[in-house]
Ligand binder design. Structure first.
Ligand SMILES: NC(=O)c1ccc[n+]([C@@H]2O[C@H](COP(=O)([O-])OP(=O)(O)OC[C@H]3O[C@@H](n4cnc5c(N)ncnc54)[C@H](O)[C@@H]3O)[C@@H](O)[C@H]2O)c1
Length: 315
């Protein structure tokens, strides 16, 4: 257990993040903000540029907040420059090999994740490796790493710069040293560890995904409009309604998670037809400007007319 007077230090200096999508960009931003030398890698230059633009926009909002609040919130412009100075992006995965920890945050697809992990393992990477997977077995992912004892789950919450919780998942072969070091690292990132064992969906998505699925069904069955379904839980004190949350998380990611949960836990996790249709049509949510809602530069501008039409057809 950590001694509060003499907290355990991770001794991690250089952090590698694989994937600069919604989550990877947030994780890289937080790592650089907390003083870590950070490298983030994705597949192509245009993707890397889009991810870096998202990070710069996030930091710009913090600078504006600092200016408006006379320094009470946000960060100073000089701090933003220091953060960006600690952050580098690349398309060359081999550059990750000298990191002290790698955080895998690519698409929620077991084969793709295993391919990246096996590739880095084959190139000689030997240090800590964690996955930000929402639902895939940590033990199965660890099995393609030469050092499964140095592998575990680190499930950040979206948006990473704002959400304080981080689910830490122990794989079957995760060593006590890895567990302790990653727990210390999690605290160094300013995140509150939430401990979980390796069972599909872990704790959070086991509870949260059925809620999102039922919200889709409420809209799909014409019980409520998107806006009213959102309003209900706002009245319960949630900061965001479930339909907006779905657009925010990514409908493609939610579908991938629900499919994994359905396979391993049964039909209560079955993705609704409307969710499948939206993903098939390329409506991934805020990241593609179209999901249940239509989005322009991160702002909601109305309900997707295809969703409204679908509702009318299904009643
Ligand atoms: N979206 C959420 O709210 C959320 C929350 C917690 C965890 N997660 C998990 O985080 C992971 C990433 O989700 P996301 O929402 O950031 O997805 P995303 O689609 O926004 O980003 C995924 C990124 O991975 C990149 N990528 C794909 N294959 C790659 C490879 N082989 N090498 C390098 N980069 C590759 C893609 O180009 C893309 O930029 C998933 O495992 C997801 O389940 C997502």
């Amino acid at each position: 257990m950590e001694n509060r007077d003499n907290p355990v230090r991770s001794e991690i200096h250089k952090v590698g993040v694989i994937g600069i999508g919604l989550m990877g960009s947030g994780i890289a931003q937080v790592a650089a903000t907390r003083g870590f030398d950070t490298l983030v890698v994705d597949l192509a230059a245009n993707i890397v540029e889009r991810g870096m633009a998202r990070i710069r926009e996030g930091l710009e909002r913090l600078v504006q907040s600092h200016e408006k609040s006379a320094g009470k919130t946000g960060i100073a412009a000089s701090e933003r420059e220091q953060i960006l100075g600690r952050l580098r992006a690349s398309t060359d995965r081999e550059e990750l090999l000298d990191c002290d920890i790698l955080i895998e945050a690519i698409v929620e697809n077991e084969a793709a994740k295993k391919e990246v992990i096996a590739l880095l393992s084959g190139k000689g990477y030997q240090k800590l490796l964690v996955s930000n997977t929402s639902s895939i077995s940590i033990t199965r992912l660890a099995n393609v790493y030469r050092y499964p004892d140095r592998f575990m789950g680190m499930h950040f919450m979206n948006p990473v710069p704002l959400q304080t919780g981080c689910e830490l998942i122990r794989g079957f072969l995760t060593s006590p040293e890895t567990w302790e070091t990653v727990t210390a690292f999690c605290r160094e990132l300013g995140k509150e560890p939430i401990f979980a064992e390796d069972k599909v969906g872990f704790g959070i998505n086991r509870m949260f995904v059925p809620f999102l699925i039922e919200a889709v069904k409420v809209v799909e069955e014409g019980i409520m409009s998107c806006e009213d379904a959102d309003k209900t839980t706002l009245c319960l004190g949630h900061k965001m309604g479930p339909i907006t949350t779905l657009d925010f998380v990514g409908l493609d990611t939610t579908l991938a998670i629900a499919e994994i949960l359905e396979t391993e836990l049964g039909p209560s996790y079955k993705p609704p037809d409307l969710l499948r249709k939206l993903v098939a049509a390329g409506c991934y949510g805020m990241k593609s400007d179209k999901g249940f809602y239509l989005w322009e530069q991160g702002k909601k501008v109305g309900v997707n007319p295809a969703v409204a039409r679908y509702q009318r057809r299904s009643v």
